[in-house]
Write a protein that binds this ligand. Structure first.
Ligand SMILES: [Zn+2]
Length: 116
């Protein structure tokens, strides 16, 4: 049932561009957003960054080393089906899969004033 709810999220990015230290995303409902790469990385949804619950134990998330080169730089973005993107960072971190729903949430949360 949860999966069905999830699939109801139908908004998709139509254009994703990177400029300087920001990612610009235009959505198919016309919403245009930008998010700093730093905010994007700091909110990486993967188990390594978030910590993972295994049974009753919760593993501690890995502390992000902000001084490591490439931490806030995107190497490439790969689409996953039609529901998510996988962001591969220049420091080699490649397990962050951002669903469109999460991406939209992030960009709405962190977006600076819309630019025209
Ligand atoms: Zn991560």
């Amino acid at each position: 049932m949860l999966l069905l709810t999830y699939l109801h999220f139908s908004m998709q990015p139509v254009e994703i561009t990177r400029k300087d230290n920001e990612l610009f995303i235009i959505w198919d409902d016309g919403f245009s957003s930008s998010i700093a790469l730093e905010d994007l990385r700091k909110n990486c949804p993967c188990a390594l960054c978030r910590g993972e619950e295994i049974g009753t134990k919760k593993t501690k998330p890995i502390k992000l080393d902000v001084f490591k080169p490439g931490v806030f730089e995107i190497d490439k973005i790969e689409p996953i089906g039609n529901y998510a993107i996988n962001i591969i960072w220049k420091d080699g971190h490649d397990t962050g899969i951002y669903s469109f729903e999460f991406l939209r949430f992030l960009t709405e949360t962190f977006s600076k004033t819309a630019e025209i």
